[in-house]
Design a protein around this ligand. Structure first.
Ligand SMILES: [Zn+2]
Length: 429
């Protein structure tokens, strides 16, 4: 059997839940990477003497930044600089060099965790799906459902020197063993309630060489970017494992989406459309704008077959989704000529209807269409029509990269309309 069983942590890192010091792991050369998702069953034996990863741990003052040549364990926010909200949940992090500095250099870091005023969800068992989150009240689009700091933010791979004569499979297993070991140390630094929440999460990586802790990370991790400036692709992101958001089940028409705020180091989960009292809250695990067959492939590693409406009535849904994707791809071109503004407007309205029928409000195209419609009505000088779209745009809080200055356009009589540079610039169409 494989060698991925968790071993008890050595005394190199203190196990205090309020650990104030950081630890670093000296690193060597090439990087092994493991995507989220289950792979085929593997059973790789490593030669004797290679089972115990040889990592060197050094304890450091948490007020220091990263060492250039080492991975860093750190607690976020750091107990040293959040004395006034030190009782809040914290995230244990396993960072590449430089990520800690990203936080330390934020002018407004750290900020307290702001929780919504009302509890809007609870966790219950779902037949065939394990556990899931359900609403406990009717929610409106844009409502904040929950905020949380991740339990663990973990590098997607570690630097592991390839031992001589190891096959690819052995090297892969060896790297997975390292990942289990480094995850084990991060978990040992958690406060007891955080550790219990982490250990209670699902693990669909029981047979692929992942250890029991890294298996939980692979099953539940959300992709978290922004902490490795200049590093592109998958290795530019971390896996963030959450107590609540990681419990959301997948849907190809998700009714929630999350946004990460670096200064408070927390996720906010929003309703992307109105949600009924008692309805299951859902989240997208993979890209959902693509055809059903592609989604099925992407979801296979999670060990379930999606039975959402889009995956049940595949012909209808695929036709609509490919229509949306094609329109999105040609949007800039379509919008370039004001001669066709009238046609463009009709097309955008039809597309918006398709997006709503498919339940794809979480995607960027939803914003693009609302914004295009608002703009067209501003160009035509139709403030009342524009304001209806401004009100919808104002509710899109789940995408941190989008502008949020629509409040001034919600009142059709607002002076912001006449001040707008495109106001009544186009009458044709
Ligand atoms: Zn589906």
């Amino acid at each position: 059997m494989k060698n991925s069983k968790a071993k008890a942590a050595t005394g190199t890192v203190a196990e205090s839940p309020l650990l104030a010091s950081d630890a670093t792991v000296a690193q060597a050369l090439p990087l092994a990477r493991f995507p989220i998702g289950k792979v085929d069953k593997v059973d790789v034996s490593l030669p004797e003497g290679y089972h115990e990863p040889s990592l060197k741990y050094v304890e450091r003052d948490a007020r220091h930044g990263s060492l250039e040549t080492a991975m860093t364990y750190t607690t976020v926010p750091n107990p040293f600089n959040c004395a006034n909200f030190s009782s809040e949940p914290v995230s244990e992090c396993f960072f590449f060099p430089g990520s800690k500095e990203v936080l330390m250099n934020l002018p407004n870091y750290p900020q307290p965790l702001v929780r919504p005023k009302t509890t809007s969800f609870h966790m219950i068992d779902v037949p065939g799906k394990g556990k899931g989150l359900f609403s406990t009240r009717a929610l409106k689009v844009g409502d904040l459902i929950l905020t949380e700091r991740p339990l663990l933010v973990c590098a997607r791979g570690v630097v592991v020197l390839r031992p001589p004569n190891f096959s690819d499979a052995q090297y892969s297993q060896y790297s997975l063993d390292h990942l289990e070991r480094v995850t084990e140390i991060a978990v040992s630094r958690m406060r007891p309630e955080a550790k219990a929440a982490f250990m209670a999460l699902a693990n669909c990586h029981m047979e692929d060489g992942s250890g029991p802790l890294f298996g939980v990370v692979r099953t539940n991790g959300l992709s978290l970017g922004g902490l490795r400036p200049g590093v592109r692709g998958e290795m530019g992101t971390y896996n963030a494992t959450c107590k609540d958001i990681s419990r959301l089940n997948h849907s190809c028409s998700p009714n929630t989406a999350s946004r990460f705020d670096m200064a408070s180091f927390s996720y906010s989960l929003y309703a992307v459309r109105d949600i009924a009292d008692g309805e299951e809250l859902t989240y997208q695990y993979t890209a959902v704008g693509v055809p059903a067959a592609e989604r099925k492939k992407e979801l296979a590693p999670y060990g379930f077959v999606c039975t959402c409406t889009a995956c049940t009535d595949v012909a209808t849904s695929d036709a609509r989704r490919s229509n949306i994707a094609a329109f999105n791809a040609n949007l800039i071109e379509a919008r370039a000529s004001d001669k066709f503004l009238g046609k463009f407007l009709v097309k955008c309205r039809a597309q918006l209807e398709l997006v709503e029928q498919e339940g794809l409000e979480s995607l960027r195209i939803y914003w693009v269409l609302l914004r295009a419609l608002m703009d067209v009505y501003i160009w035509r000088g139709q403030a009342k029509d524009a304001s209806a779209y401004a009100a919808k745009l104002d509710k899109i809080l789940w995408d941190a990269d989008l502008p949020q200055d629509y409040k001034q356009f919600i009142d059709p009589k607002s002076p912001a309309y006449e001040k707008h540079e495109m106001w009544r610039k186009v009458y044709r169409g």
